[in-house]
Ligand binder design. Structure first.
Ligand code: ZN
Ligand code: ZN
Length: 359
């Protein structure tokens, strides 16, 4: 099968012929229809977080099940599924507490590489997926069935960007219909945090971004107010009727200074949710006496603390009811052969989500 392989960090991906391994007892094989390009794929391909090469990235996918392992009982060939990187056993102490994203169990699939090529070389299926390819083999826990009439490119977005942004609101944070919310960053994840806050009924949702065109889009996703970092304090004051800050701030950009600033946006008793991931090694200065004295809560949100089989059907429901925008998140579609253009266009910053179509 065809796959986009990273051979050297910072270099274009190479389209190569790669072979899948065996379908293990707990695995499913999926014919990938669409895979969106996430910033994490780009960071990995640039070498920002290290990792084994050669590798196939891509972890925001949707497609059709073509084979199931002997232990798989609730999925069948022909099912349409979203493919995610969240692999969970359902039984460990983290899974028990609902933290599927931190599952502690090791899986048979950890043992070997699932991909190889004609030269006998092992190729890493990165982030437990490797979905910049025509097919993937993943653990059954990583997929969720979707309606057969659902558009592939829209479905693929549910695997990462949407659950990360909406889940940060609905799962990780305590935002409800009395909350005043700031969302820092109006990119792919930020827009989903904004629409998540709007869906739970937060009366004030303020989008903060440097780019005016992103702020315009943020309004379509439910932002009641918009601001740049320079005007943020003023807009927060006006939007909250003169209060000292908002009850909740979510930082969706991977920037340590943005996190420091956001701490100053929240009022006493408020909550700061860190969603975006800065490069390793960044630090922020916090004066603990202030945190204690004003009762701030600081929480991290990984993949929206999602439980995919609970959350993705709910998101699809909201999409069908017209509460959740998905089509509007797709800014371009590309064929696998043109994946480097899809990546370059995301890296340039103008796009929300580019989707690679395998068919
Ligand atoms: Zn992602
Ligand atoms: Zn587990």
């Amino acid at each position: 099968m065809k796959a986009a392989v990273c051979r050297e960090f910072g270099q274009p991906l190479v389209i190569e012929d790669v072979m899948l391994g065996e379908v293990g007892p707990g695995d499913v094989q999926v014919d990938v229809a669409a895979c969106a390009v996430c910033h994490s794929d780009i960071h990995y391909a640039e070498g920002a977080w290290g990792g084994y090469l050669p590798a196939v990235y891509g972890h925001e996918a949707a497609g059709v099940i073509t084979a199931v392992g002997s232990d798989v009982s609730d999925l069948t060939v022909g099912d349409h599924v979203v493919v995610t990187l969240i692999r969970s056993c359902g039984n460990c102490s983290q899974c028990d507490r609902g933290n599927h994203v931190f599952c502690e169990t090791s899986f048979a699939s950890d043992e070997g590489q699932r991909l190889s090529n004609d030269a006998g070389e092992d190729v890493q299926a990165a982030m437990l997926c490797g979905a910049f390819a025509e097919e993937v083999i993943v653990d059954q826990s990583q997929v969720v069935t979707i309606p057969k009439d659902m558009d592939w490119k829209v479905a693929s977005l549910l695997a990462c960007g949407v659950i990360t942004g909406v889940g940060a609101v609905t799962n990780t944070s305590t935002i409800d219909d009395r909350s005043t919310v700031v969302v820092v960053g109006a990119g792919g994840v930020g827009l989903n945090a904004i629409q998540g806050a709007a869906i739970v009924g937060a009366p004030v949702v303020i989008a903060i971004d440097l780019a005016d065109e992103k702020l315009e889009i943020a309004k379509q996703f439910g932002a009641t107010h918009v601001a740049t970092p320079d005007t943020a304090r003023e807009v927060i004051k006006e939007a909250t009727g003169g209060r000292k800050g908002v009850s909740h701030a979510l930082v969706t950009v991977g920037s340590a200074p943005a996190i420091s600033s956001a701490l100053r946006y929240i009022e006493p008793g408020g909550e700061l949710v860190i969603v975006g991931m800065p490069a390793s090694g960044n630090e922020i200065e916090i004066d603990p006496v202030i945190i204690a004295a004003v009762g701030h809560r600081i929480v991290g949100s990984k993949m929206g603390t999602s439980q995919i089989r609970r959350d993705i059907p709910q998101l699809i429901e909201w999409y069908k009811e017209g509460k959740l925008k998905l089509d509007e998140l797709v800014s371009g579609t590309y064929q696998l052969d043109d994946i480097n253009s899809a990546i370059d266009d995301v890296a340039d910053g103008g796009t929300i989500r580019n989707v690679v179509m395998m068919g």
